[in-house]
Design a protein around this ligand. Structure first.
Ligand code: DON
Length: 328
């Protein structure tokens, strides 16, 4: 059954998840417009492909769990997932091999350290899958016995399923630049190899990191990423296709991890003020999930000191004063 049929049947039964949709759209439009003039923050500069992003870009997309959608601003401009991929990679892996198997290699604790810091937890594991160390180990586990090309194809297909077949691309220039400026990630990889963090002692660090950079360099738009976030809000079932893309427990677990660790060193404050699971990336992308209701994608390249999109965070703070979406 297609997404549009779901909406039509829900509408006919007067059963839409957001009944007063037009009112809701207008309130979101107001929030989008209020955040548009914000001029603070800096675009990430460590690679040219991110440094060249236009700081004025600002897109907002929402997709509900029954497939109602709205978008404002630059909602169809492609950008890279960067660290937003960490959330999906974890959920895909845990759906594949089980949460317990994943967590025998990576913890669940906020690190309280920078996202790319060279450190492990008391059990000699990366703190959680949302920091680089954890995400690199997750990458090493994803279809670990397959050829690199097949592993990439598999992830591309899984991302497309989560997005209901909407736009998922690959930015090769970003991938090449990431790999060229990756001393810290290589250091992390070798450090973790020494500490026996990886599943196969003979898996090459270069392959594992290439795969991690490729997943950071996957490309999407606000519109598609809102659908992916809505799939997380909908227990792993894509609202557009009704396809079950993620198992139940990983879908719950990834939201817990996003809630406690998804916003870098702002995660505690975001959980306090906004009270919703979210994940940000250095491209200025930010997803917010309201379980059983909707997925939100906000994209604007200027970042605050913590590395989160300035407009994205401000939108969330304003949204929480208008709607009772805070978990508590
Ligand atoms: O590993 C890196 O440095 C980046 N490609 C990761 C990007 C990012 O969004 C930082 N996040 N945790």
């Amino acid at each position: 059954i297609s997404g549009s049929l779901v909406i039509i049947s829900q509408a006919l039964r007067n059963n839409l998840i957001v009944p007063s949709w037009h009112e809701f759209v207008e309130l979101i439009r107001e929030l989008y417009l209020k955040c548009k003039p914000i001029s603070s923050g800096n675009v990430a500069e460590y690679i040219p492909q991110l440094a060249r992003q236009d700081p004025n870009k600002w897109g907002v997309s929402i997709c509900t769990v029954d497939g109602q959608r709205m978008s404002f601003g630059d909602a169809t401009t492609p950008f890279c997932f960067q660290s937003v991929s960490k959330a999906f990679n974890y959920a895909i892996l845990a759906s594949d091999i089980g949460a317990d198997a994943v967590h025998s290699f990576v913890g669940q604790e906020p690190s309280g350290r920078l996202f790319n810091e060279i450190c492990l937890d008391v059990n000699n594991k990366p703190h959680n899958p949302m920091v680089n160390s954890g995400a690199i180990v997750v990458s090493s586990l994803l279809k670990k016995d397959w050829k690199m090309s097949d592993r990439f194809d598999y992830m591309l297909e899984e991302y497309k399923k989560l997005a209901g077949g909407e736009y998922i691309g690959f930015n090769n220039a970003t991938f090449l630049s990431e790999r060229d400026t990756a001393d810290r990630n290589f250091a992390l990889g070798h450090f973790m190899k020494e500490c026996e963090c990886f599943p196969n002692a003979d898996q090459s660090i270069r392959d594992t990191l290439d795969f991690y950079f490729q997943l950071c360099s996957l490309e999407t738009t606000c519109e598609s990423l809102a659908v992916m976030a809505a799939t997380l809000a909908n227990g792993g079932v894509c609202p557009l296709t009704a396809e079950k893309c993620l198992a139940n427990r990983p879908c719950r677990d990834v939201l817990s991890l996003m809630y406690s660790c998804g916003m870098y060193d702002y995660s505690g404050q975001f959980a306090f003020h906004v009270g919703l699971p979210a994940k940000s990336g250095v491209s200025g992308a930010l997803i917010v999930v309201i379980p059983n209701l909707m997925g939100i994608c906000l994209w604007s390249p200027p970042l605050d000191k913590m590395g989160n999109s300035v407009r994205g965070v401000e939108f969330c703070k304003k949204m929480i004063t208008k709607f009772q979406f805070h978990n508590y």
